[in-house]
Ligand binder design. Structure first.
Ligand code: AMP
Ligand code: GLY
Length: 423
């Protein structure tokens, strides 16, 4: 079968790496892809939100499956676009329709979904510009720190955690009245602060049945010891070392099952990944967010631990027969270390030549922000390369990743040397 992956990050390279290993995959395309995907698939220069061009390409190349990497095209309704088109509606699209994508596209929608289906989450209320003073009164009833979330997509920047009550009130006014995050903050969810370790659970569902994928933990802050600005993710570890059977069972019973059942009860069709962000408080799981796609860099550790044929699993999602296939996982731990351009997540330079990649041994190199220029691999984004390794435990795997990170270089390369420090 001919397959098209949409996106250009480490997540999409990891999908391409896995799908290309299947004997059911004939021609593999990535739009727009990166220097890594170019080695195992054909990159095509089409943007992930250019639905008209995607349609043209899908028809021209006889694509039977489209795997959507990032949330943007899902929130913009790419799956609905395929279903509503006479020539495209038999193409398998991995990723939910617009309604399901609202679980990520609107914090209020996802909080209402969780309360309707009794899924444990932080207590909350939501406010608009009209009710901003009520919002300030609500803040007074809470204890610090205060958690303010822009309702809509704000490129991962829409969540503010503030220690001081007066500052929290001004931030709320800025979000609602001064449109700090544009339209995304025309509504704001204020919620109770949960104190605990974070972990993520990944679920593949056809809307009726589900398979739980390996869990992972990522490192979001740019600085050592979890300090500094938030990034897309500086590395990840799978499985989550502090996750015991008891907690995993609670996650499945109290979160995963009610989520999949809730989708059905609410008539929300859903074929794709549910990425559940959790916080553990007293060995109880609480949901902090849903994402309607895989995480990046979590995919770079989760997908390498899936032994089963991913094309087979995706086909079962398409035909709603996930209950008829089994999923086999690798017992080994996997870790990934993300190397980034100096300056990221703020301004950084691009076009730096990457030297030494060919010397890497025993790790998988997943490209993120890279491209090819005059036959050389050069940097093309903030997050550049994710170095994934296996090991009997995460510490051994991390050693291998770090050994290989020291073998290549580009001007102003940066990475965190302390992954796993908290475990
Ligand atoms: P979100 O975009 O909802 O995942 O929030 C971004 C980050 O903010 C999360 O990864 C958590 O670190 C933190 N966060 C979100 N909600 C809460 C909460 N209720 N309590 C504590 N931390 C939170
Ligand atoms: N690594 C976090 C995310 O993909 O949202």
């Amino acid at each position: 079968m001919n397959i098209l992956i949409l996106g250009s990050g480490g997540r999409e390279h990891a999908f391409a790496w896995k799908l290309s290993q299947s004997n059911q995959c004939s021609n593999l395309f990535v739009a727009p892809g990166n220097a890594g995907t170019a080695k195992i698939a054909t990159n095509i220069e089409i943007g992930v939100n250019d639905f008209a061009k995607i349609k043209e390409f899908v028809l021209q190349e006889d694509i039977e499956m489209v795997v959507v990497g990032p949330e943007d095209p899902l929130v913009n309704g790419i799956h609905d676009f395929f279903l509503n088109d006479f020539f495209l509606n038999d193409v398998i699209v991995i990723g939910p329709e617009k309604l399901g994508a609202t679980l990520e596209g609107s914090k209020e929608f996802s909080k209402e979904f969780m309360s309707r289906h009794n899924i444990p989450t932080a207590a909350y209320e939501s406010f608009t510009a009209e009710t901003v003073e009520k919002g300030c009164e609500f803040l007074e009833t809470l204890n610090a720190p205060y958690v303010l979330k822009a309702d809509g997509l704000a490129a991962g920047k829409g969540v503010l955690i503030i220690d001081n009550l007066e500052e929290a009130k001004s931030a709320l006014r800025e979000m609602l009245v001064d449109a700090k995050f544009g339209d995304a903050s025309s509504k704001v969810v204020i919620e109770e602060f949960l104190d605990g370790l974070e972990l993520s659970c990944f679920v593949l569902t056809d809307g009726k049945n589900y398979k739980i994928l390996p869990t992972a933990k990522d490192y979001k802050r740019i600085g050592e010891g979890d300090t500094g600005l938030n990034t897309g993710g500086m590395g990840a570890i799978s499985p989550v070392p502090f996750l015991d059977d008891e907690l995993m069972q609670k996650i499945e019973e109290r979160v995963v099952k009610p989520t999949i059942n809730g989708l059905q009860k609410d008539n929300i069709p859903y074929k794709g990944f549910v990425f559940i962000g959790l916080i553990r408080v007293n060995n109880e799981p609480y949901v902090i967010e849903y994402n309607v796609r895989m995480g990046d860099p979590e995919t770079e550790v989760v997908i390498p631990r899936v032994k089963s044929d991913l094309v087979e699993l995706f086909k079962a999602v398409g035909s709603q027969t996930l209950d008829q296939v089994s999923i086999e996982l690798d017992d080994r731990a996997a870790t990934t270390v993300m190397t980034v351009s100096g300056g990221y997540p703020e301004a950084y330079e691009k076009g730096k030549e990457i030297i030494g990649l060919e010397t890497i041994e025993d790790s998988i190199v997943f490209h993120a922000g890279t491209t090819t220029k005059d036959g050389k691999v050069v940097t093309n984004g903030g997050r550049v390369l994710a170095i994934t390794s296996y090991g009997p435990d995460f510490r051994t795997a991390l050693k291998t990743s770090y050994k290989n990170v020291s073998k290549f270089n580009f001007d102003k390369m940066y990475y965190r040397t302390d992954l796993g420090f908290d475990l």
